[in-house]
Ligand binder design. Sequence first.
Ligand code: SF4
Ligand code: SF4
Length: 279
Amino acid sequence: MTGAELSAAFAAAGAAGWGHVAYERLLPAMSREARDRAENLCPGAQSVLVAAFPYYAGRTPGNLSLYARGRDYHLVITEALTTICHMLEEKYGSYRFVPGADNSPLPEREAARLAGLGMIGRHGLVILPPYGSWIFLGTILTDLDLSLPPALPSGGCMACGKCLSACPGGALRGDSFDPERCLSHLTQKKGALPPEQEALVAAHPLIWGCDVCQLVCPHNAGAVETPLAPFREDRLDSLTSEAVEGLTNRQFREAYGERAFAWRGPAVLRRNLALQKKK
Ligand code: SF4
Ligand code: SF4
């Protein structure tokens, strides 16, 4: 397929942009375990296609991170990429095409950077104007050498530092990131939290995720809203204690199985809701 044909296929699947990078260029950013997993999924891997899907649909009040309010992006993006994989398989039947959406061993953000798809912010997220950092990334790993002209890697953000100073947990410091102080990680972390982490979650307005570093970023000012129906329709802004109280894991999955927070089960959400009630 030519670059123009791939552009048409990604646009039809809902991607706001796409790029490609040779698999070997990702190796420095991959652990031995990640390489083994990737090469098990796709022996002889040659190329990675990476695409961005916008999800921003406004800033309505709620206690769930904006990314988790529509349909689960793992499902949406995997379906979109599977359509493209089928097209590629029809054309290149002897090659393998493996879709991934936040669950593959590939370093998606580094792939997006090397593919020239979007710039990397100091908050570590990929920024793709005019959608800002409100994008999901998805990849297709293949053993086909795409033989497309190499892309120029993207640069960085405007480096204003607002995400660092606004970070409620102090997780962003210079060039380092401490996940144990990041509310996005802590609101998903299982089990009892140590007192310092409990206090961070209790003081946080969301029970799932954290949007602060994105909300303050100038690249997100005036971000264009997503045209993608799964992220615009049937949105769930908030969860109450009553909505998750007493649910078994199975009942929870039946009620919320198509939401991005469902994989974690109800216990973590109940804990976060209880911590916030204490404050
Ligand atoms: S998601 Fe929240 S806690 Fe995590 S780095 Fe961004 S601002 Fe800090
Ligand atoms: S807030 Fe500033 S430093 Fe942080 S990602 Fe956005 S532009 Fe970069």
